[in-house]
Design a protein around this ligand. Structure first.
Ligand SMILES: [Zn+2]
Length: 172
């Protein structure tokens, strides 16, 4: 019995990455509804890391540089290339899958969407204003803490703390 329960709990974690874009598309749609600066066409879901390759090739990246770039972004949840649109969302990343689970199975799906919105907003600042990492972190934190202070984001305290310590560490 215990094993069965464990298996049940583990299923969403183990489901293949290709299953997640369905939930992820809905999550991003809701995230964009609370981050109206970002246009839907500016966000691209990558169902696998190789899905980035056609973009890199179309931007003139050599095969070698493109495959090195694939390696570099493999662990990233959301990212931009050279601070340009689109914002890529890596469906198979641990962080994105965690937010998707919170969105599909959690008690506060709308709040999960706000966490995703803050991530997308961070990338938007890179792409729209060529913001450096510190400015993007600061903008994301302002959004997160504003929603927290308004009482509409109660589940993100650990995430806010992580971002605050990243800001302190990297942006003195
Ligand atoms: Zn960044």
């Amino acid at each position: 019995m215990r094993l069965l329960i464990l298996l049940f709990l583990l299923l969403p974690v183990c489901s293949p990455a290709t299953d997640s874009p369905i939930g992820l598309a809905g999550l991003i749609k809701e995230a964009l509804s609370v981050a109206p600066e970002i246009k839907p066409g500016q966000v691209v879901i990558l169902s696998s890391e190789s899905a980035l390759l056609p973009y890199l090739r179309s931007w003139g990246y050599s095969r070698a540089v493109a495959s090195q770039t694939l390696q570099e972004v493999r662990s990233l949840a959301e990212f931009t290339i050279d601070h340009h649109f689109p914002i890529f969302v890596n469906a198979s990343s641990v962080h994105v899958q965690r937010i998707v689970r919170s969105w599909t199975h959690g008690a506060f799906p709308g709040q999960a969407a706000r966490v995703m919105a803050s991530d997308l907003y961070h990338e938007y600042l890179h792409a729209q204003y060529a913001a450096g990492e510190c400015a993007a972190l600061e903008g994301q934190l302002n959004l997160l803490t504003r929603w927290r202070d308004q009482g509409i984001l109660t589940i993100a305290e650990p995430y806010i703390a992580t971002k605050q310590s990243a800001l302190l560490k990297e942006c003195q």
